[in-house]
Design a protein around this ligand. Sequence first.
Ligand SMILES: C[S@@+](CC[C@H](N)C(=O)[O-])C[C@H]1O[C@@H](n2cnc3c(N)ncnc32)[C@H](O)[C@@H]1O
Length: 256
Amino acid sequence: MAYNSKKAGEYWNKRIDQTDKTHAVLNMGYPNAVNAAYNKWESVLVFKYLGNPKNQKILDVACGVGRYTIPLAKAKAELVGIDISEQMLARCAEGLKENGLQGRVRLLKTSASEIPLETTFDNILCMELLFHLPSDVQQKVVREFARLLKKDGHVMFTTSNNERVFGAKKTPTTWEEGYYCEFMDTATTLKMFEKEGFKIEHVFSYTFSSLLLARFINFLKPLYPISTWLDWKVSRFGFMDRKLGNHFLVIAKKIR
Ligand SMILES: C[S@@+](CC[C@H](N)C(=O)[O-])C[C@H]1O[C@@H](n2cnc3c(N)ncnc32)[C@H](O)[C@@H]1O
């Protein structure tokens, strides 16, 4: 079954009704502790490389329930959040309200491949989206990033790794209800960004943590903090990361 963006939107609408906010936007099948550890690894790096968000114009692409939108709004960034699912956007709006941030963020229902905005942004975030799109749509999304980003601005995005030895889905998978997953060949993805005028500045690998967390969760739980620390400190997109890494966080700069 081919990718269908309308069905994908319906899938994400349903998914947020079926589970809690974290499982709706991170790994649905993993226990909370696993998602919490992943969230920590990813968000520490994002905030480190974003710098002080105050007054930055940031576009949160596929903002979901606001995992980044809400803390960034708290930190006084000037934000637009877009998502294909109105239910995700509704939860994001709810979260903003609960934090006294209503009216602080413009939320827009649209596909990331055709964003009806003309203004440009200092930085763009795109977490956990690209591997839910087929490669031709990914390329359109990257083109939109290039159009909407100021020169020298950064896009931060995550990929999944189809070269890893354990657990990679080698072929695109579409579920009847619209869920789509196409694990990515990271080298090809990076080229896709370079083609649109980006320079890849950093690739961080979620390698040690994913091995422990996904496979030996109960037995090795006490080691989570060590594995997360190792991923922050020593992972470099080398042979080991390519073969064992689960997710990559990429920071790319628009240079032309
Ligand atoms: C795995 S969730 C990630 C949400 C958020 N970025 C995060 O990391 O917490 C994927 C999100 O992408 C949204 N989405 C899926 N396809 C999209 C598309 N073509 N354009 C914009 N958003 C899309 C879904 O509705 C969902 O909110």
